[in-house]
Design a protein around this ligand. Sequence first.
Ligand code: PRP
Ligand code: MN
Ligand code: MG
Length: 182
Amino acid sequence: MQNDIQEILYSSEQIQNKVKELGELLTRDFEGRNPLVICILKGAFIFMADLVKEIRTPLEIDFMAVSSYGQSTKSSGVVKIIKDLDVSVEGRDVLIVEDIIDSGLTLSYLVDVLERRNAKSVTIVTIFDKPARRTVGLEADYKGFVLPDAFVVGYGLDYAERYRNLPFIGILKPEVYEKKNT
Ligand code: PRP
Ligand code: MN
Ligand code: MG
């Protein structure tokens, strides 16, 4: 599995340090607001678990599963809700936890959904950002690392459902996905 990685961009330790920093900022900013912290499955599951341990103020969590990429390396542009929230966001300060913002389509769709459901506020935290690929005007309120325009996997991010369990973020060797597409 590690053999399929061309280059490690950020090590597990670098990521953990960044998560701690983000946790401190969020603790300060969400103190006394009892935020509803929403993990966007599947990609954000590892970041979510690491991050909430670093937010030292009461909060609630919920999960939403959406998918726009499927088995491909390109976004289909159509966002599907596979699993919706269990609780209402009405009047809540919502914190969306995402692994990566690429085109921005997934989150612009979700922010819209949550605002239409009358969330009091919608805040975005992402551990990775790929601004070069943005097709819609969407920015995270908090972000960890800015990544180059390469196909990355690990720390929750997959290619065809694999590599999510790598503890670091790295660039996938092109021959791994070129093989599949031919
Ligand atoms: C990936 C990633 C983000 C989204 C970012 O999810 O986890 O949720 O794409 O891309 P965008 O900004 O272009 O919308 P994916 O749809 O692959 O589902 P997954 O989290 O289950 O892997
Ligand atoms: Mn995702
Ligand atoms: Mg994916």
